[in-house]
Ligand binder design. Structure first.
Ligand code: GLU
Length: 573
């Protein structure tokens, strides 16, 4: 397999990708972009994408396909997302050209206090001690959100959307290389009996590659939800089992109650849309920081010419890193659940404000540290850990409706607690562990009923007439923001197709260090960037981007990240 060459991608306008000499990045690409005249599903696993295609084949909508795809993801990619977790979904209506936003983020239990992650000496707890077990389990939001999106944009009957996942859960599916590797390397997955039974052989070995995993409990759960709607999950026996498992988790009991689960509600929110290079880029509002940060980065870069003929790749990486640094300075201080704290969203993405921020960038030299651009009302919060988790899917249906959805149980395998064949999230670790810093409350501190700040950045780009252009997003913790913003830039500024853009090496800056993806040509820029004053780290950066793009003639292009096992699929030949 010939791996990527960044320089080739940068010169993508003039040089064919395939003409580039092989290098060392261990990914399964490059791949050609997938084309379709009718519809497209791009998702993190072939079986899941296939379930989505099935629904589109039957005349289903993008939301129908997203639900079917997600239900299979919860089975075949259980480490990443599922009904025990949460998600954000952006929907584009092909007829009205409106973008709608759905919030299925987990909520903190009513009994949670700002000191949830402090030890008896009022010091922040060790991260891993909080991940495993019940402490960080929030009320799951995925199913309520999908139900809401289906109410607004579904076409096929709810129950039908669960058929592929139920069948696959009963018949079994082959454990993928990625799932096998993640089981094998996980230090905590065998902590509790249900996950031990599901992911290991009776001899205690990680399930081998290709092992046919049957998950009858998951099939039963989905059967109940297919028949009874999301209520079958949020009320009754299943909710009691979830709360009981969390509250009785050995060594790390949590606070989630049946009332928290029954009281969960998904929210319709207003998408945030800002112009960029004459396009309109739409993202998700808080509680994710993703939408605001992506729009800030692009809004700042809109004041620079990034066309490959105007800027070298080194210059583009420098400017991109600086724009990221500025966005993270604001994000750390202001972004949190806007239902609980005031988040100056409008100001943060205002063009005049972003012009001021852009003026702080020296085109040649890195700034030493970025400060937030507005008076601080709260203390900041350090960047958190991230794992090999979370999933993004992008779908366009036959009617031109689109879905861009990122879904997560937080760390890989979440809390490691399992109920009804699915894993429970540890999403509450996305809150600040410290409720107060230097006497100032942290905006993203734990509060009962509050949603933890996210970085998930499902995005939809429209043209100046409001026609759909691109749906994209990624997993990757707080690097999601850079992964997503850089691909929008690659498509709109560099003219790459969506697959080339996704394959492009990753670059990020989350406030201090400029990170370059190990094993790619990006690493070759380390010296030059250091000369410009960047503190540089060359590191593994496993994005999982999935995107669908519409060309002006209506042809759809689908792209999947070769760093993971996803695919893009159009109509059957
Ligand atoms: N929990 C993270 C978030 O909501 C996503 C996890 C990840 O991708 O690492 O931002």
């Amino acid at each position: 397999m010939p791996p990527l060459r960044l320089s080739c991608l940068v010169a993508g306008l003039v040089i064919l990708l395939t003409a580039c000499a092989p290098q060392t990045l261990e990914i399964s690409g490059p791949r050609p972009v997938v084309e379709s005249d009718t519809f497209m599903v791009a998702a993190a696993n072939p079986l899941a994408a296939e379930a989505g295609r099935d629904m589109l084949d039957r005349g289903g909508s993008a939301v129908d396909a997203a639900i079917a795809t997600q239900m299979v993801l919860g089975l075949v990619e259980p480490q990443s997302s599922g009904i025990g977790g949460g998600a954000f979904l952006l929907h584009y209506d092909g007829e009205t050209r409106e973008v709608a936003a759905f919030d299925g983020r987990e909520t903190a239990p009513a009994e949670a206090t700002p000191g949830l992650f402090l030890d008896e000496d009022s010091e922040p707890m060790d991260f891993w001690e909080t991940v495993v077990g019940g402490r960080a389990v929030g009320a799951p939001g995925l199913l309520r959100m999908l139900e809401l999106a289906h109410e607004d944009h579904g076409r096929l009957p709810w129950a039908e959307l669960f058929e592929p996942a139920i069948e696959l859960a009963r018949d079994g599916f082959p454990v993928s290389a990625r799932l096998h590797a993640l089981i094998a390397q996980d230090r905590f997955l065998d902590t509790y009996p249900a996950a031990r039974k599901t992911f290991y052989t009776p001899q205690g070995e990680p399930l081998p590659l290709g092992h046919v995993l049957i998950n009858a409990d998951y099939a039963d759960t989905l059967d109940a939800v297919a028949q009874g709607g999301a209520d079958a999950f949020y009320q009754g026996a299943l909710a009691e089992e979830i709360a009981g498992t969390v509250r009785r988790a050995e060594g790390a009991p949590g606070l989630l109650s049946v009332e928290d689960i029954a009281g969960y509600s998904a929210k319709r929110r207003e998408a945030l849309c800002n112009p960029y290079r004459g396009y309109l880029v739409c993202g998700m509002p808080p509680p994710t920081s993703g939408g605001v940060a992506v729009l800030q980065i692009l809004g700042i870069l809109d004041f620079f010419d990034l066309h490959p003929q105007a800027a070298s790749f080194e210059e583009i990486v420098h400017l991109f890193a600086e724009a990221n640094r500025l966005a993270f300075a604001d994000r750390d201080v202001f972004l949190a659940d806007a239902d609980f704290v005031e988040v100056p969203v409008e100001t943060l993405i205002d063009r005049d404000y972003l012009a001021e921020r852009a003026m702080l960038i020296d085109p040649n030299l890195a700034m030493s540290a970025a400060e937030p651009g507005l008076p601080r009302v709260a203390a900041g919060m350090p960047v958190q850990q991230h794992g090999a988790n979370t999933s993004h899917l992008s779908i366009v249906d036959g009617e031109g409706n689109a879905v861009s959805m990122t879904s997560s149980i937080e760390q890989a395998f979440g809390s490691r607690l399992m109920v009804g064949g699915f894993l429970l999230n540890n999403q509450l670790t996305d809150f600040s562990f410290e409720p107060e810093i230097d006497g100032r409350a942290v905006a993203n501190r734990v509060e009962p009923g509050k949603r933890p700040r996210s970085s998930m950045s499902p995005t939809i780009v429209l043209d100046s007439d409001g026609r759909f252009v691109l749906a994209i997003g990624s997993p990757g913790g707080s690097r999601i923001i850079a992964f997503t913003a850089s691909r929008i830039l690659a498509v709109l500024d560099m003219g790459l197709d969506v697959q080339q853009a996704i394959q492009m090496p990753n670059v990020a800056n989350r406030g201090t260090v400029t990170e370059l993806e190990q094993g790619t040509d990006a690493a070759g820029f380390a010296r030059a960037l250091r000369r410009r004053g960047h503190e540089v780290s060359v590191t593994e950066m496993t994005s999982g981007l999935h995107g669908v793009m519409a060309l002006p003639d209506g042809t759809l292009h689908g792209g999947a990240d070769p760093r993971r096992e996803g695919v893009a699929v159009g109509e059957r030949e």
